[in-house]
Design a protein around this ligand. Structure first.
Ligand code: BV8
Length: 226
């Protein structure tokens, strides 16, 4: 295939690694309402509850491993090199641990925290979030894009979508914007759009739907692109 390939992943690609998705039964948002734990207002109102929510997710992530779908996307990156970009909505580090390099974690990273000081120091955090910034003493927050905040690297993303010949979205329910709108931008740019997911997600602009668990269908799909 000529031209660039852009992949968007969501929580479904990490499900087989034991990471809860957001909207499936017993999903993450079931016990913790979004507006309480994933908005700046929620953090302002009850920082301890928000910090505990992310500290707990870091503990779960420590025992998780990348699955065959993560590894298949690394192989795809090796095949397409500079013509490949992976955009993930996920804040886990499973893509990175599998070896993905050309990756944009557009909703932030669970294993990073940043301070609320002027310099917004960003640092690694694998356990509980520190009380104060070790650099400047300011309060800390998860390095996560909450609802109402602007995702990272949107310009770079828009450019890649405008140039791509193949756009695949994997393991995402297509509920959260602006990520949910990427398939439309890609389609309007002339790309072929493929959905790989456990369930069919609406929203149109999709040329092909491949149903199944990511760990099964993604490696097969990548092999077919060789
Ligand atoms: C923004 C970090 C302005 C937190 C997250 C009304 C209409 C349209 C938009 C809005 C609206 N009101 C408000 C908005 C904007 C809002 C939004 O979209 N709200 C939604 C709920 C309506 N968006 C924002 O606020 C965004 N910011 O808009 O800023 C702006 C933007 C651009 C330029 C200028 C200004 C910020 C959104 C980011 C929020 N943060 N995450 C955290 O992780 O704690 S979002 C959160 O949802 C995660 O990142 C998650 O990845 C993401 C999306 O969910 P999915 O990944 O899709 O997960 P889900 O569980 O939903 O689905 C899993 C799928 O996998 C399912 O389909 C399932 O069938 C499938 N699956 C399950 N198992 C498997 C599988 N598939 C394959 N194999 C399996 N084994």
């Amino acid at each position: 295939m000529n031209g660039k390939i852009v992949i968007l992943t969501g929580a479904g690609i990490s499900a087989e690694s034991g990471i809860k998705t957001f909207r499936d039964a017993d999903g993450l948002w079931e016990n913790e309402p979004v507006q309480v734990v994933a908005t700046p207002e929620g953090f302002e109102k009850d920082p301890k509850r928000v910090i505990n929510f992310y500290d707990e997710r870091r503990r779960v992530l420590k025992n998780a491993e990348p699955n065959a779908a993560h590894h298949a996307l690394v192989k795809l990156e090796e095949m397409y090199s500079d013509n490949f970009l992976l955009i993930t909505q996920n804040v886990d580090d499973l893509h990175q641990r599998a070896g993905s390099k050309r990756i944009i974690p557009m909703h932030g990273e669970l294993l990073k925290v940043r301070c609320l000081g002027a310099k917004e120091h960003i640092m690694s955090c694998t356990e509980n979030q520190p009380e104060k910034c070790p650099e400047c003493g300011a309060k800390m927050r998860p390095h996560i894009v909450w609802f109402g905040e602007i995702p990272f690297e949107m310009e770079r993303i828009q450019k890649a979508l405008a140039e791509c010949a193949l756009f695949a979205y994997i393991g995402t329910s297509g509920v959260v914007y602006p990520a949910a709108g990427f398939k439309q931008i890609a389609k309007m740019s002339g790309a072929r759009v493929v959905c790989l997911n456990l369930e069919e997600v609406g929203g149109g602009y999709t040329d092909e739907f491949i149903q199944g668990k990511a760990g099964d269908i993604v490696p097969r799909w990548v092999d077919g692109l060789k």
